[in-house]
Design a protein around this ligand. Structure first.
Ligand code: KIV
Length: 260
């Protein structure tokens, strides 16, 4: 088993696609660990697992519990912890919270949302030896609406400048979320670190999806999500069969009983 390191991720730029998925639990982390370079403990868990309206409601304590579960189940992949809303409002608050997160979860890196505005925070963290992943384009912690980014020149220019600023500030990779293809291509060609796309076309150095969306467990189905299975249907069938078995006294059977 060869552990995925930051160095290995950087070396993949313009060479081999970087495979990433989100995970919030032990079961998913164990599976993702066999195939993924990076596992993200995403704050999307607020909406996906807890039914919150936005990721802004997610607390650091909740993320830490999931971070521990994922990291202790992923031996090979690089595990990235998504810093929740308001936990990095300035460089000192950020460092205090990141230190706590790393100490308690043992995650390999953290992810912060934002461009130029948070460059001083990223520089501070990376100088302290914390590996940081950036996140630009659609920023769920700052935006209430799910909307494609980079449709006009002003937005394109701003997001590109954000990407360059992040790359120069020491991040080891940048998540690019929900932007038009031409912008994703321009960003990937303009920065020295790998870009990881989600709804950002094939012109990224890697791809990430929220696992629950990809396996068809969530109800979130934007154009950029490819559904690889219908987990909801599989679970429903199991629940239905179980209920029917209990009602008809077919479960438990002799195979499920302890006899002395
Ligand atoms: O929280 C999350 O799962 C994320 C991905 C969508 C990149 O940030």
């Amino acid at each position: 088993m060869q552990k995925v390191t930051i160095r290995k991720i950087l070396k993949k730029k313009n060479k081999t696609p970087i495979v990433c998925l989100s995970a919030y639990s032990k079961a998913i982390a164990q599976i993702a660990d066999k195939y993924c370079d990076i596992i993200l403990v995403g704050d999307s868990l607020g909406m996906v697992l807890y039914g919150m309206k936005t990721t802004r409601e997610v607390k650091i304590e909740t993320m830490i519990l999931h971070g521990k579960a994922v990291k202790s189940s992923a031996r090979r992949s690089l595990v990235v912890f998504d810093m929740p809303y308001k936990t990095y409002s300035n460089k000192f608050i950020a460092y205090k919270n990141v230190k706590k997160v790393i100490k308690l979860t043992k995650c390999d890196a953290v992810k912060l949302e934002g461009g130029k505005k948070i460059v001083n925070i990223i520089k501070y963290l990376t100088k302290k030896g914390i590996p940081v992943m950036g996140h630009i384009g659609l920023l769920p912690q700052s935006s209430n609406v799910f909307k494609l980014k980079g449709k006009n020149l002003i937005q394109k220019r701003k997001i590109l400048q954000d990407a360059i600023a992040l790359s120069n500030s020491g991040v080891f990779a940048i998540v690019v979320e929900c932007v038009v293809e031409s912008l994703a291509k321009k960003i990937t060609n303009s920065v020295s670190v790998p870009t990881i796309g989600i709804g950002a076309s094939k012109y990224c150095d890697g791809q990430i999806l929220v696992t629950d969306d990809m396996i068809g467990l969530s109800n979130f189905r934007p154009r950029f999500v490819k559904k690889y299975s219908n987990a909801k249907k599989i679970i429903e069938k199991s629940v239905k069969n179980y209920c029917s078995d209990v009602k008809r006294r077919k479960f438990p059977s002799s195979q499920n009983v302890y006899k002395f």
